[in-house]
Design a binder for this molecule. Structure first.
Ligand code: BG6
Length: 511
């Protein structure tokens, strides 16, 4: 498939360089910094889109000298960068801007030290007092950090002059009251326009492309509604288990870890109306409308619309893997969900009566995230097919891996007889654009440096997400959280999830 340049992205490189600034990472000795943030910044440097005057300051408790911190970051970049091997000359330049300011998050001296440190960085690197504070720490640390920054006068809230912004990582609360509490705490220090809440799924190329696909093509949008769509399936399936995060998972489960944020965002982008512009608020307004249209899961209907599951032992790609309950830091009688499937209704004019089946699971047969829109059957069948019916058209957006979009339709098999075959028109990012697409964090960090919040979640959006999810959790609590059915690792989840669709005469796709 040949590709014409996308006008929406023309001139991108030049346009997208951010302002001079220092990125200050709290939690700099943690995994996220090494695995994602530093490799993303380094790749932005390779792509020549970092601002000319730029610095990274790491803050964490661990006592470390600048040199040792740079060494750790280099190691992280060498291992996790999408572009390998590391370019020694470029790294040499890049690391000149990296420094470290150790300190306890609860100690005011940390912030006094940081202020002096940043003043020196401004002089040396020309970062002009612009600061992007990145909270790569658990929410329990937000309070002390925000207080410390505020009290040390490190936050400027004037619309003129040097800017200050804050990026916050998930998990953003564990229910509506806790999310509101975090929002209030942040709002005591930063205006909403200064706040960038990360959902890394929004930084994925294929997720961004959903808007382009829907609203830059005239072909699909007229069909994207209850008149033509039979149902929608959204799947986030992972092969990995909890990967040493048993303690975290015992507190969260897959519903809070993946459905409440990533999957809800996919649903919003699939179901939303065209925004009036691509401004951050216009796009987020439309997503919020979808969240407000979701039919609340009342207690009496949760059991028939939601299926939980937990992985047992099994084989993933021929490797034998333990059950969830055998993972470190997991209770032997844990009732936590590692799989969930739901039938969701979007009660609005466009989607009235169209079910959205969503599912997320760990230790599934295959890693795949996709959005599949199944269209209605033809109104009258002219052709006879061996299995009695004609397979409906399906448009599948493969978010990952093997990123692309496939449209399945019926075709005649060549020959003397009219034999119908289900075939696909398949667009693959790899073959059309080459495979080295930017990582989500590259896009998101650059957008935060530029002050573009379109791909970040707004306060009301996260609160609406939790408000809807809380109905489900309430119902589970009210009925006493029962042990979820166990599904073998390497399968597609518990049988009850198949029944969820079977009772509507439908089937999950085996992507
Ligand atoms: C994270 C979850 O937000 O997303 C993880 O905490 C999950 O449990 C991860 O594995 C999935 O992200 P990706 O980009 O690999 O699909």
């Amino acid at each position: 498939m040949s590709v014409t340049p996308n006008p929406l992205r023309s001139g991108l490189e030049g346009d997208r360089t951010g302002d001079a600034c220092a990125v200050v990472i709290f939690g700099a000795s943690g995994d996220l910094t090494k695995r994602k943030l530093m490799p993303a910044l380094y790749n932005l440097a390779i792509s020549r889109v970092l601002p000319g005057s730029f610095a990274v300051v790491g803050v964490s408790r661990k006592p470390l000298a600048n040199e040792a911190f740079r060494g750790e970051m280099r190691e992280g970049v060498s291992t996790f960068s999408r572009r390998k091997p590391i370019d020694g000359t470029l790294w040499g330049d890049f690391e000149k801007g990296i420094s470290y300011a150790p300190g306890e998050f609860g100690d005011p001296a940390t912030y006094e030290g940081l202020r002096t440190h940043l003043e020196a960085v401004d002089k040396e690197r020309g970062t002009r007092g612009n600061r992007l504070f990145y909270l790569a720490v658990p929410p329990s640390e937000f309070g002390p950090i925000l207080r410390g920054l505020r009290q040390a006068g490190l936050v400027s809230d004037s619309a003129e002059g040097p800017w200050t912004r804050v990026v916050v990582e998930k998990p953003f609360g564990h229910d509506l009251p806790s999310a509101r509490g975090l929002n209030d705490m942040i709002a005591a220090t930063f205006r909403e326009e200064q706040v960038f809440r990360i959902d890394h799924y929004l930084g994925k190329e294929t997720v961004q492309n959903l808007l382009v696909f829907r609203f830059a093509n005239s072909l699909f949008e007229p069909l994207w509604n209850r008149e033509h769509v039979d149902h929608v399936q959204i799947t986030v399936a992972e092969e990995i288990g909890v990967e040493g995060r048993g303690k975290f998972y015992e507190q969260t489960g897959v519903t809070k870890d993946i459905v409440e944020n990533h999957l809800m965002q996919l649903l919003c982008l699939t179901a939303m109306e065209p925004p009036i512009s691509l401004s951050a608020d216009a796009v987020r307004d439309e997503k919020v409308k979808v969240l407000r249209s979701l039919r609340p899961m009342e207690r009496r209907v949760v059991a028939e619309n939601v299926v939980r599951g937990q992985y047992g032992r099994g084989f993933v790609r021929a490797d034998e893997v333990p059950s969830y309950r055998e993972e470190p830091d997991v209770a032997k009688d844990s009732r936590v969900d590692t799989y969930v499937a739901m039938k969701v209704k979007v009660d609005n004019w466009r989607w009235g009566g169209v079910p959205f089946y969503i599912r997320a699971g760990k230790r599934m047969a295959r890693r795949v995230t996709e959005i599949a829109v199944t269209f209605k059957q033809v109104p009258h069948t002219l052709f006879r097919s061996p299995d009695g019916g004609i397979t409906p058209n399906v448009l599948a957006v493969r978010v990952q891996p093997d990123e692309g979009i496939a449209l399945r339709f019926i075709s005649k098999e060549p020959g003397q007889h009219t034999i119908l075959r289900d075939v696909a028109m398949d667009f693959r990012y790899g073959s059309s654009f080459g495979s080295n697409t930017p990582e989500a964090y590259e896009r998101l960090l650059l957008d935060a440096m530029r002050g573009d919040a379109t791909l970040f979640t707004r306060r009301d959006e996260v609160e609406e997400q939790w408000a809807w999810m809380d109905h489900v959790f309430d119902a589970w609590r009210a009925s006493g959280v029962t042990p979820p059915p166990v599904y073998p690792s390497g399968s597609w989840g518990p049988e009850a999830a198949d029944d969820l669709l079977a009772k509507d005469g439908r089937r999950w796709r085996k992507p």
